[in-house]
Design a protein around this ligand. Structure first.
Ligand code: C2E
Ligand code: MG
Ligand code: MG
Ligand code: MG
Length: 280
């Protein structure tokens, strides 16, 4: 019985692997074309001021409309784009689109909204990012403080000296910098002193069980205190329940993002939400 079970598992495993390999090939084959064919879209997820309840901005999240697979999320294609190098032109595209949106919002009466864009490790450690940002800022004249760039601690720690230099360059232009997925990397707190940043994004892994797990509650509470003591702002990701929002507000967390308030939506849907919403 054990033998046949083992063989069954193996067959199941290899079938699952074939499916995964098949999907990967479907994604990989099409990836470079996808940018030319305009198959990518930025979705926006609202960010909320926890004390006033107002929408203060959004995070831009990539989506891919694959002709055979339908809507594909970034967790499925960003790693492939990183490996193949497509992440550089794709990252350029996302930044350009984001700055266009900030420019557009000024004329829609939404000129107070901030927009956060995720940076990949390759973008952080390459040489194209600052010239591109300078060009976009000069072309549009948007307020650089409305643009926020998110970098994970894992990406930043791949080359701490270079990251320190990049973040300093961003901040000298008035662009905001947030550390994404805070607490999930194998990094030391000393980088908070090394890097010039504006905001910490508490990873949703810590927020998830905040009401039931005293360790997570302690970590979140201490992170907020630490950030404030260092003069940084804090946003919590993945807030799904009112109880989580209440806990965070009680701990003086500044902002929140999560399904409780809004899912990632199209630009048009977000613009309606931001024009009308009084959340919380
Ligand atoms: P992230 O930057 O940490 O983005 C937050 C992710 O959490 C998003 O997943 C968002 O949809 C999801 N999320 C938001 N609220 C909730 C919630 O209440 N509950 C749960 N369970 N999830 C929530 P998404 O859109 O699938 O993006 C995944 C990751 O892909 C992002 O994580 C980011 O690392 C990466 N990514 C997305 N867009 C870009 C991009 O333009 N460039 C780069 N380099 N990476 C990107
Ligand atoms: Mg992010
Ligand atoms: Mg995150
Ligand atoms: Mg993440």
């Amino acid at each position: 019985a054990a033998k046949s079970c083992g063989r069954g598992n193996f067959q199941f495993f290899s079938a699952a692997m074939n499916a995964a390999t098949h999907e990967r090939l479907l994604l990989e084959n099409r990836l470079w074309q996808a940018l030319e064919q305009d198959e990518f879209e930025l979705y926006l997820q609202a960010q909320i001021d926890l004390h006033s309840g107002a929408v203060i901005g959004a995070e831009a999240l990539l989506r891919w409309h694959h002709p055979e697979l339908g809507m594909v999320g970034p967790d499925r294609f960003i790693p492939i784009a990183e490996e193949s190098g497509l992440i550089l032109p794709l990252g350029d595209w996302a930044l350009q689109r984001a700055v266009q949106l900030l420019d557009r919002w000024r004329s829609l009466g939404l000129g107070h909204l901030r927009l956060a864009v995720n940076l990949s490790a390759r973008q952080c450690h390459g040489t194209g990012l600052l010239p591109q940002l300078d060009r976009l800022l000069a072309e549009t004249g948007i307020d650089p403080a409305l643009l926020e760039l998110e970098i994970t601690e894992t990406a930043a720690m791949q080359d701490p000296e270079r990251s320190r230099e990049l973040l300093q360059q961003l901040r000298s232009r008035g662009i905001k910098v947030a550390i994404d997925d805070f607490g999930t990397g194998y990094s030391s707190l000393s980088y908070l002193k090394l890097f010039e940043i504006d905001r910490i994004k508490i990873d949703r892994g810590f927020v998830k069980d905040i009401e039931t797990d005293p360790d997570d509650a302690a970590i979140v509470s201490a992170t907020i205190g630490l950030a404030h003591a260092l003069g940084l702002e804090v946003i919590a990701e993945g807030v799904e329940t009112q109880a989580q929002a209440d806990f965070l507000r009680g701990k003086r967390c500044d902002e929140a993002q999560g399904y409780l308030f809004a899912r990632p939506v199209t630009v048009a849907e977000f613009e309606v939400l931001a024009s009308t919403a009084e959340t919380v």
